[in-house]
Design a protein around this ligand. Sequence first.
Ligand SMILES: [Zn+2]
Length: 281
Amino acid sequence: MIISRFAPSPTGFLHLGHAYSALLAFQLAKTSNGLFKLRIEDIDLIRCKKIFHNKIYYDLNWLGVKWEKDVFVQSDRIYIYKNYINFLNDRGLVYGCECSRSDINNALLALDKPFKYPNTVTYPGTCRKKKLDIWSNNIRINVDKINHHLGSPTLSFNEKGLGPNGEKGIQQFDLQWFKQTLGDIVIARRDIRTSYHLASTIDDFHQNVSLVTRGNDLFYDTPIHVLLQKLFNFKIPNFYHHKLINDQNGKKLSKSKNSESLNQLREKGMSLDEIKSLIEQ
Ligand SMILES: [Zn+2]
């Protein structure tokens, strides 16, 4: 039985890409007599708006997906994420980082070859030994210490969908690789006391999600989530990364570029079947 989920951020109205993601996750759960869960990822209180949050339920109803009653709203759960950060801090596996973005860029420019990994800039480790207070700074994991703590493990996850470069099946990595590519990533931003990585990993576990479905732009972040799952002794779910839906110009749909929302398409008179055929192309 598959427990899947849809976890939108209410920073805009849902668009075709969201519709595809929600319908796919719902379908995968339904065909296994499983459960489909909903989570509102609103940790960024500046960008998230109640009007967008409320409309999500309306849009999903219109799409015909049915979700379980245990809807998680992340802004209600900050204290839970904090407990997990304390768990890591008690074991000396995180540290405070006071670097600004330009501090990090300048430090990287001073290095010969800053390694570029998708979605990330590998942190040069400037604050690793400063012993800064964690709660008044950004909080980073210490990958070296974690590697030692876990006994130099090889970690893996099972890709049930497809990564951006055709990745499929068991994906393995170790923490030497992690350190050189992803590095000591931020797990809690100073302003919001958590991060996408931390909050979504903890919530997938608390919602018993067995299949994480999401766009393949997040495929290369998956080792971060698997590492956190290992640290917290969570069962590692399967992952299903799916294609991204493009607009008519072949550009990725995103709320910031004024993509047409489901709301607008509906107001133009587009039916649910027409929407479905648009995203299945
Ligand atoms: Zn720093």
